[in-house]
Every structure is written in C-alpha cells, then in structure tokens.
Design a protein around this ligand. Sequence first.
Ligand code: HEM
Length: 308
Amino acid sequence: MATKSFSVLIVIALLMFGVVNVMAHHGLAAYDMSKTISVRGVIEKALYENPHGYIWLRVDEKVYYIELAALERMQNAGLTKEMLAPGAIATVIGAPHRTDPLQMKTRRIVIDGKNIDFGQGVPATLVQQKAAAVSDLPKSTVEQMPKQVGQGWLLWLESSSISEAMRERRLLYPSVEIIHILGIIILVGTATLFDLRLLGLLRQLSVAQLSRYVLPLARISVLAVVPAGILMFMANATALAGNPVFRLKLILLVAALLNALVFHKWTGRKVETWGAGTGAPIGAKVSAVLSLVIWVSVISCGRLLAFF
Ligand code: HEM
C-alpha cells in the first residue's frame, strides 16, 4: 500500500513540476504583445544564433536592440544569416519592450524584398513597407550599441567551438535545455517529496525507505542538470556572467549544496532509523524548509534569466 501511494506521489510530483515549467516557458512577458510598433533602419550588427537572434537597427540617431526568434524558427521562416548583413535595410514590425523604448520583439521583418513572419499575427494596416535609401540615414552609431563586457576567460569560453555549436546548430541549444529541465524535474521533484515527508506530510511513508529510493535519483539527475547548465552558460558566457540573476542562482546553488551537506552530516544523520509514522526532529525540519525555499528560488532565477 505504502509502495503504491509512494509511486503515485512521485508521478504527481514529477508531472506538477513539468507542467509548471512548460507553462512558464517563453520569454514574451518582457514585451507588451498587445501593442505593435514599426521601425525601419539599417542593420548595424546581427546575432544569428540560439537561444534568440538579435539585430541592432539604426533608425535616425537611435539604435534599436531587436529580438528576432530562435535559430530554428528563423531558418524555417526563410530568414538567412546573409540577409542580416551589416548595412542591409530592414523594417521590423513587432511588440515594444515594457520598460526600454529601444527594445522590441519581432513579429514581422521586411528585408530583401521579403516579408518574414514569426507567426504572432501582424495587423493588416502594417503590411508592406518600402525600403529607405541608405543615404537617407545618418552615419553609423555603432558606439551606441551595448558593449560586450567580460574578462578574457569568458570571451575565450564564449568563442570556443562548443559554444559556437551551441549558438549555431539548430537543435542543439533547445535539446540541451530540455535535458536541463528534465533533470530539474527529477531533482526538485524528488527533493520536494522528501522535504514534505520530513515536515510531517505523508507520514505513512518510511523516511528511511524514501531516502534510499529518492535521494540516489536526485543525485543522478544532477549529472544531467549541471553539464546542461554549463553548456548553455558557455553559449552566452559574457552576458550571463554579468547578469545579477545568474549570479544569484549560483549563490543559491551553493546554499543548496551546503544545506544538503548539513543534513547528511548532522540534522539527518539518523535518517535510517526514521520509519513509517515517525516524525523528523526539528533540525531536519529546518533543513527541509530551507531546501524548499532554495529550490523554488533557483527555479525562479533560472526562468527569470530570460527577462533580465
Ligand atoms: C541544479 C539546479 C538548477 C536548477 C533548478 C536550474 C533551473 C533552471 C530553470 C528553471 C531554467 C529555465 C529553463 C527554461 O526557461 O526553459 C534554467 C535555465 C538555465 N540554467 Fe539552470 N538550473 C540549475 C543549474 C544550473 C547550472 C549549474 C547552470 C550553469 C552553471 C545553469 C545555467 C542555466 C542557463 C545558462 C540557463 C538558460 C537561460 C536561458 O536560455 O534563458 N543552471 N535553469
């Protein structure tokens, strides 16, 4: 009976984490998708890569920083790297950023005589735009572009062949991200189940048994989560290293590790003697609360990376 309810609980926990993550995916919340703006200018610089392509588009004295789409989507829509060469003229129709007037998300890019849509619906009033002559536009404002920050080793990491493959191979980044998420589902799902038991829920389950089944699974999942995270980090090392949310995530990961060590060395060292119906001591309960708070925070930071 205990084994059956245990299996059901694991399945529920895993599904809950999976559903929450899938629902949370896609970073459109940074943009006001109810509004549409249109800008026309000269491409100063382009990034044709995963997880998102970008262009810096000079319009009069301003340079817009414009998100395109994932590599796979750009390729499927017929947008090639060559079309985004510096000097090309483009019209971009899309959603404005909620806080930065010089950022936007593309719905349609009109370039090289083609309309290229990223499938989010373009209002009929903004359909075909004529290209401007390059001479109509003021001279380059490249110096206004966000500068690449980063120490030597970050730049070296970012220009390695693995990082390049992560950015440029169509399905590599998304596949690695899926592995990251699957690992998170198992890691955080199993940790949560164990923490809830320590806190007194599911008392019919033996803590000792639970730790024997669940904790090895959690450890194995780290072998998926961490390498996948490092690979995604390598793809954009300079930007991520300077990102406060990413730094916070790393600090929280260290905190999770320390919390687990404290549990295994002190607060939970007698776990083998806690059978069905036994309550956990207060120290173990504190470890459980900390673990729940830390994992929710790590997941939140991971998801918020796309917005900061
Ligand atoms: C072990 C616990 C970890 C958890 C719970 C976690 C959680 C997350 C979550 C929820 C996401 C968002 C996924 C998505 O939106 O599709 C994410 C993305 C990411 N994580 Fe982790 N992560 C962990 C470890 C790591 C490690 C160790 C690194 C690197 C050193 C890392 C680097 C990244 C990167 C680079 C992204 C991609 C951000 C983006 O593409 O927007 N993660 N993580």
